[in-house]
Design a protein around this ligand. Sequence first.
Ligand SMILES: [Zn+2]
Length: 221
Amino acid sequence: MSTTDSTFTPALVVIDMQYDFVYGSLAVPGGSTIIDTINSLLKCPFAIKLASKDFHPADHISFAKTHDKPVLSKIIIYPPGKPLNNRPLEQVLWPVHCVANTPGFEFVEGLDREALDYTVHKGTDPGIETYSAFRDPWHLANTSLHGILESHGVTDVFVVGVAGDFCVKWTALDAVNLGYKTWVVRDAVKSVSDAGTEWEEMKNKGVRITNSDEVKKLVTG
Ligand SMILES: [Zn+2]
């Protein structure tokens, strides 16, 4: 496979490399150690390079503070405006993080943001949690990601960033469901938990697990 193969149009999708997820209120262990690897991938000739950002209002449904409950406790959430028996989901309650236009929301220092063609915001609706950079689990709040990828004829989506067991995983699974050949770059991802079960889960659902050296060979042909 190479860039001369017309069926290969790769996109790099950098998930949530924001201050709060690397050093701030919801820091993912080792998050800062993947910045250089992500920057080295951002130098490669992907057809397009995008980043997602968690973009929350101050009273977002995923914040423990919003519900006056302990961090990491769980609640059941429902699609806003729908009957209460309509697809309930368990929601982990997080510390306040990535509130739009606060320092914690900014890209982490050192990330080569100049290399990015697009930034996609998610989690903007106060009542809807959105781990995937494509859409929420109820498909009520689509982001612009799928449309951008389609408009560039992207065939292959390469996912990096944080957190491997939440937003990276759900983005990769959505990419598979939307018909993209989907790759997660293992040495450019860090997870909240060190259990590692997300890798098997993604593989079982059609995600290809790769590493940055392999990706560089694939993309540069
Ligand atoms: Zn969030």
